[in-house]
Design a protein around this ligand. Structure first.
Ligand code: SF4
Length: 269
């Protein structure tokens, strides 16, 4: 076991922190190097309103299955129902409900496990340090956070950020199912083991579940939704390594390719 103060461990911790900070600051690190070589892509300038380019840009992120306003209304109604939820004991300890946010017609829904302290304070998903990393990953994909939908399996924070319990997941999961039925995404990105195992009804480790495209069935006879599992951003922060970063980026490239979206230039590793 590494002891605090061990010089090798201290250097490694500082290096991990620096690499994560560079990553969070908008740099995409080349494998094995500390110095940033490629600036993460900033969203390309928006095409003028009414132009064909703007229409294509909107089309690639919007589903036309149902008008956006109608879906937003159904999501708002669902949030109102969640607001008075006492199905599990987390209702007694939460500061705020964290239902999820984003585009009600999103093609991609990112699903994490549960809100943390920052999320509980703000009532918004993925707004802490891990959330900033998720935002950077989404932008590295050439997308914007508001183009996708982001939520968690649990809508209330487990005390001390402990793992979600089976009874809490069982009590809360219907809200996620309802969100997915309303949004009708083409792709779900399960962030971390809890989200992946719950949605895929699997006991396999996240390392086994990531790296391929799964089929998720919202209802027994319904059309499947593609699902890609990857490491949770918080795990990536705690266990930063070029290999883990490369694995997550590989999974995100798979998402883009499955949706027929371009992989941003300079990122096709
Ligand atoms: S975690 Fe889910 S089931 Fe539990 S109180 Fe919150 S909304 Fe209800």
């Amino acid at each position: 076991m590494n002891q605090p103060g061990n010089p090798g461990e201290v250097i490694r911790t500082v290096q991990n922190q620096l690499e994560c900070d560079l990553y969070l600051g908008g740099y995409w690190l080349p494998i094995g190097k500390l110095k940033p070589a490629v600036k993460m892509p900033v969203r390309p300038p928006a095409a003028p309103a009414g132009s064909p380019a703007r229409a294509v840009s909107q089309e690639r992120i919007m589903s036309d299955a149902e008008p956006r306003k109608e879906k937003q209304k159904r999501l708002d109604d669902l949030v109102r129902r969640m607001g008075s939820c006492c199905r599990c004991s987390l209702a007694q300890t939460r500061l705020h409900l964290v239902p999820g946010e984003g585009n009600p017609c999103a093609r991609i829904v990112f699903v994490g496990e549960a809100p943390g302290a920052s999320e509980d304070e703000q009532g918004r998903p993925f707004v802490g340090r891990a959330g900033q990393l998720l935002t950077n990953i989404i932008e590295a994909m050439g997308l914007r956070r508001q183009e996708v939908y982001i939520c968690n399996i649990l809508k209330c924070r487990p005390p001390e950020n402990r793992d979600p319990q089976a009874n809490e997941i069982a009590a809360c999961i219907e809200y996620l199912y309802e969100q997915l039925r309303i949004i009708e995404p083409e792709m779900i990105v399960a962030l971390g083991a809890h989200a992946a195992k719950t949605l895929l009804n699997s006991t396999a480790a996240i390392g086994e579940l990531r790296g391929r495209v799964h089929a998720y069935y919202p209802e027994p006879l319904s059309k499947p939704i593609k699902l890609v599992a990857t490491y949770h951003p918080a795990y990536l922060l705690r266990n930063y390594s070029p290999d883990n970063r490369r694995r997550v980026w590989h999974d995100m490239q798979m998402v883009l390719k499955e949706l027929g979206l371009p992989v941003p230039r300079g990122k096709q590793e």
